[in-house]
Design a protein around this ligand. Structure first.
Ligand SMILES: *Cc1c(COP(=O)(O)O)cnc(C)c1O
Length: 426
């Protein structure tokens, strides 16, 4: 066997004898066995990504809560639960998932702007660590719900909108004044005073989350200073805060992006926290994408090559229902052949799926050497792909495989038509 060539930025994906492998497993054989489209994840990439955060917080009182909306498959959650990770959830369904995967509820926090009373009850009964509350109205409802259960208080943190620009796609900016998230900076002290007066609540901390796919440290530093200014003001008003939660949002390398490493970013942020006297507080982070994004690839088969007058199309069996990020955010995913085919002509294609929408594209203007029946790997498909997958066009959702060294485990079988029709009635 020849020496493996690791794809730049993808330490657990390598070409060996011309064929793409995830850790020790060749993708052709996995596609043969489980069909396509198929998501394949590297367990080691996830553990390495988590370890970067763990190194960053060494010696600190910190809780890393994986934001599971990035990829909520049980087999993925189990990897993080076994590694001692906490979880950030945004629905009662996500709570059920993390508990099913073996999470410790005392390491679960609950974010999101629209928690229902039923979801609040479910989370209180499970004994989660903290509710990240996003409005004054939610605070009052949570207080009412908590007081239904005698002797129980809901731990709360209030999400602050620090009004900083994360310099990312507008759909994934969340900390600007025009966004629906968090409470305004100016209202924060009054809201904390109110929260502290409610018998059903116990004020625990403060949180923010400024956006996603952030590739610079400056927006984090800016948000940190604003949050610390507020902590000083809130504590001066007589409400002590036990923890500081800086959310998630750290980016990954999709196409030569150079986000700071999690440990390097936190070294910088901790220096500021120490300088301002907050380094000894309990710290929480909520990384999603940066724990799973580059762990995954989506393997798809070329169905047809269709030369056109203006464009050539490479029609594959994965579509926007499997990989929604290009259609939703004009996101870029690298697309590479699973097996190199030197003999085919290099042609520029738009790589598109079978769905009846012009927005159903996976990559535009990609130069590929392919033939019908070849397989392609869409890279960086671990986050916000399967978790956002739908049944549009009555397409069953893809299967998922978790690779660990030379072991491959089917962690989700392909969805069948019966699965899809199960909930429907005449
Ligand atoms: C989505 C989200 C995260 C995770 O964001 P990533 O960009 O995937 O790291 C963390 N916290 C909250 C509140 C979120 O909504």
């Amino acid at each position: 066997m020849s020496k493996p060539h690791h794809l730049p930025g993808h330490p657990h994906i390598a070409r060996r004898d011309g064929e793409l492998h995830v850790e020790g497993r060749p993708l052709s054989a996995l596609a043969q066995e489980f069909g396509t489209p198929l998501f394949v994840y590297s367990r080691q990439w996830m553990l390495d990504a988590l370890a970067a955060y763990q190194r960053g917080f060494e010696g600190r009182d910190a809780m890393i809560c994986y934001a599971i909306k990035a990829n909520s498959s049980l087999g993925v959650l189990r990897v993080f639960a076994e590694a001692g990770c906490g979880f950030d959830i945004v629905s009662g369904g996500e709570l059920s998932r993390v508990l099913a995967a073996g999470a410790d509820p005392s390491r679960v926090i609950f974010s999101g702007v629209g928690k229902t009373r039923a979801e609040m009850r479910q989370a209180l009964e499970a004994g989660i660590a903290c509710f990240n509350v996003e409005s004054e109205a939610e605070l009052d409802v949570l207080d009412e719900v908590a007081r239904e259960q005698p002797g129980r208080r809901a731990g709360v943190s209030i999400r602050i909108n620090p009004n900083v620009d994360p310099k990312t796609h507008p759909y994934i900016s969340t900390g600007l004044k025009g966004n629906k998230f968090g409470v305004a900076h100016d209202r924060a002290v009054a809201i904390y005073r109110h929260a502290a007066s409610l018998a059903g609540l116990q004020v625990l901390g403060i949180d923010c989350h400024i956006g996603s796919q952030i590739t610079e440290s400056a927006p984090y530093l800016e948000a940190l200073e604003r949050v610390l200014d507020l902590v000083e003001a809130i504590e001066a008003a007589g409400v002590p805060l036990h923890h500081l939660d800086f959310g998630g949002g750290l980016g990954i390398d999709y196409n030569g992006d150079t986000p700071p490493a999690a440990d390097a970013l936190w070294k910088q942020l901790l220096a500021r926290l120490d300088a301002r006297g907050f380094g000894g507080r309990r710290l929480i982070v909520e990384p999603g994408r940066s724990l799973v994004g580059n762990a995954g690839v989506c393997v798809t088969e070329v169905l047809y090559l269709k030369p056109g007058e203006e464009k050539n199309f490479c029609i594959v069996d994965a579509a926007m229902n499997d990989l929604p990020r290009p259609a939703m955010y004009q996101a870029f995913h690298q697309i590479v052949p699973v097996v190199e085919r030197a003999a085919a002509a290099a042609v520029s294609y738009d790589v598109v799926g079978p769905i009846c929408e012009s927005g159903d594209w996976i990559g535009r203007d990609r130069t590929l050497q392919v033939a019908t029946g070849d397989r392609l790997a869409v890279l960086s498909a671990g986050a916000y792909c399967m978790a956002m997958a739908s049944n549009y066009n009555t397409r069953g959702r893809a299967a998922e495989v978790l690779v660990s060294g030379s072991h491959a485990t089917l962690i989700r079988r392909r969805e069948t038509l019966d699965d899809q029709l199960l909930a429907e009635r005449f």
